[in-house]
Ligand binder design. Structure first.
Ligand SMILES: [Ca+2]
Ligand SMILES: [Ca+2]
Ligand SMILES: [Ca+2]
Ligand SMILES: [Ca+2]
Length: 394
């Protein structure tokens, strides 16, 4: 694993400040590789976009708070300002981004592709709320209390009302209480939803399972989890992945037997709320190390599992090539650039004047010159084209 030198990319595309280098966590599960560590001041909630394969992260630090987006191989951009944001969720239906702000006690939507930030749920209980981690019920959800497509948010409510709330991703100010303040939750930080169950990470040392009527029952585990702060469901095994802020590790929990095993250990600092996510295909995990000022990206890189994902023939899964910096990916499509003709908008196998003309014709108009895959033609696309200008492809 190597750290990416972001300075080069930042010079070309603009970006965000980085912070000092931290110690790397230890990978305990041989299926996984730490492919990249992003130095990032104050990462809180993290989320892997199910549609665009990008990393969404909430910054909660002393300065420059906001919602950010990183590509696996590239630099980050700040999408919008936020005031001490916590959890992040991307709507799998349309890519809209939702994030919670704990002090104001509200949820906001950042519409794709370019915003703006809008208030989505302005209040839960009367009094101080602390909405944190969120999740959306999958299309085949058949568990208690909510319907497929409904979202849940954990309301930590440290010294004030807490609970679990549902809300709609389709219409604003459409929220309803699922677990009330007088329920068993103590410091609900994050939530995950399988096809059959809702699991709540409680930083006071519990994993809860939701039942009908808004009752929660503790999941008994083979060893204590000191402080669950982030939770996600491994789509490959159905296991729970939990960021344990007490013992600074990520564990796997079999939800049937309660058996616990370590996946990653020895993180540098404590986790924020909702600081863990796994991709929809189960082969990428991101973890935000809040006090360590780092976002860690883990992937399954064994080519035996991905025989069709080695376009550059180097024996390593291409996504890992991109993330660990072995291959450039200036157009952010997670495909090594040596396998494609970046900047060739007119399809004649080069990047030259003809391509520049197409880009300028679409500039600030439509996606006709969209090279970085964010649905528009703007300065970022022009920067990539100029970077590749004059190249001829095989
Ligand atoms: Ca490869
Ligand atoms: Ca590429
Ligand atoms: Ca061309
Ligand atoms: Ca673009």
């Amino acid at each position: 694993m190597k750290r990416i030198d972001l300075a080069i990319a930042l010079t070309v595309f603009g970006g965000v400040l980085t912070s000092p280098v931290t110690a790397d966590p230890v990978v305990e599960d041989p299926d996984w590789t730490l492919v990249r560590t992003i130095d990032f001041n104050g990462p809180y909630g993290v989320h892997l976009g199910p549609l665009d394969g990008r990393i969404y992260v909430a910054r909660q630090a002393s300065t420059d708070d906001g919602l950010f987006r990183y590509t696996f191989g590239g630099a980050g951009v700040k999408l919008c300002e936020a005031d001490r944001p916590a959890g992040v969720l991307v709507d799998p239906a349309d890519g809209d981004v939702f994030f919670s702000e704990i002090y104001g006690g509200a949820i906001f939507r950042y519409g794709q592709p370019a915003g703006p930030k809008e208030t989505w749920v302005s209040g839960f209980h009367t009094g101080d709320d602390d909405p944190a981690g969120m999740a959306v019920a999958p299309a085949n959800y058949a568990g208690p209390m909510i319907q497929p497509g409904d979202a849940l948010v954990a309301d930590r409510g440290s010294t004030s009302p807490d609970g679990l709330w549902a809300f709609s991703l389709e219409s604003p100010e459409d929220e309803w209480e699922v677990v009330p303040d007088d329920g068993a939750l103590v410091e609900a930080s994050d939530v995950a939803i399988s096809e059959t169950d809702v699991y709540i990470a409680d930083a006071a040392g519990y994993i809860w399972v939701l039942e009908e009527g808004g009752v929660v029952v503790e999941l008994v585990t083979s060893e204590p989890i000191a402080s669950p702060r982030g939770i996600a469901i491994d789509p490959l095994s159905g296991d729970l992945l939990v960021a344990d802020g007490g013992d600074l590790r990520v564990v796997r929990i079999d939800p049937v037997t309660g058996e616990v095993s370590s996946v990653f250990t020895s993180f540098d600092g404590s986790f924020g709320w909702a600081g863990l996510d796994v991709s929809a295909d189960g082969t990428e995990i991101v973890v935000s190390d809040y006090n360590g000022d780092a976002i860690h990206v883990f992937m399954m890189c064994d080519l035996a599992m991905f025989p069709d994902e080695d376009c550059n023939g180097n024996g390593i899964r291409d996504l890992c090539d991109v993330a660990n910096g072995a291959s450039e990916d200036v157009n952010y499509n997670n495909l090594p650039d040596e396998c494609e003709c970046v900047g060739d908008l007119d399809g004649d196998n080069d990047c030259d004047q003809g391509d520049l003309g197409e880009l300028l014709a679409a500039y600030n108009q439509d996606d006709g010159g969209d090279i970085d895959g964010d649905g528009d033609t703007d300065q970022a696309d022009l920067g990539i084209l100029l970077y590749k200008y004059g190249s001829v492809c095989d």
